[in-house]
Design a binder for this molecule. Structure first.
Ligand SMILES: [Mg+2]
Ligand SMILES: [Zn+2]
Length: 216
């Protein structure tokens, strides 16, 4: 018999970050749909989303149909325009060193997110949709499971890791996952929604502040 203490089986703890409008200062997915697509289509489907007539999946699929620019052109635009919130790379490294798994969960496209993460020099678990950038209209390859038990949509909740989850987000696609998380940092529309729902959250400003709260 050994006196060695069994290593305690610790629950994983994860920070789950939305990408557009959370890691980045502005929602690039929206801006691409507007600048490279058709503003009338964009407005029509966004109105449908906010009036509860259209699921998010259909909104994103439809707003990228009028986008016909080559992928490389849009990636170059993204790299010019994508400003990450202050302290992003330092936060990811500090959190990982402190034992957090860091995930990015996005309704956007891997093809547009990976170049930004690479530029920032961070390695995270990325869960996102994909896009086939066809010359006669981009075709979204939706990856999330359909019919979430809670919201009925194809949503991020099913991708939340096991164990303790801290969720950080700003928008519609974060709602259901945020309600299922242990601790939430929210800004913009997500903060309004959680206030209406009576779900406690802390305000999200930038990654320096998040580091001070979670890592320091
Ligand atoms: Mg967002
Ligand atoms: Zn859901």
């Amino acid at each position: 018999m050994s006196d060695a203490i069994e290593p305690k089986q610790e629950q994983p703890r994860s920070v789950v970050l939305d990408f557009d409008g959370t890691v980045t200062e502005s929602d690039l997915l929206d801006r691409i749909a507007l600048e490279f697509g058709d503003p009338a289509v964009y407005q029509e489907v966004e109105d449908g989303l906010h009036e509860g007539r259209l699921p998010l999946r259909e909104v994103i699929v439809r707003e990228f149909v009028p986008v016909t620019a080559p992928l490389e052109e849009v990636v170059d635009w993204v790299l010019d325009e994508a400003q990450v919130r202050a302290g992003f790379a330092g936060f990811v490294r500090g959190a990982q060193t402190a034992g957090w798994d860091v995930h990015v969960v996005s309704s956007g496209f891997e093809e547009l997110i990976e170049p930004v993460l690479e530029r920032e020099g961070v390695e995270v678990e990325l869960h996102a949709n994909r896009v086939d950038a066809r010359a006669h209209g981009w075709r979204v390859e939706w990856r999330y499971p359909d019919d979430c038990e809670e919201c009925g949509e194809s949503c991020k909740r099913s991708l939340l890791p096991a164990g303790e989850v801290v969720y950080v987000g700003d928008g519609y696609s974060d709602r259901c996952a945020a309600l299922a998380s242990d601790r939430v940092f929210a800004t913009a529309g997500l903060a309004l929604y959680l206030t209406e729902q009576g779900k406690p959250f802390e305000p999200f400003t930038d990654f320096h502040a998040l580091s001070e709260t979670l890592v320091a």
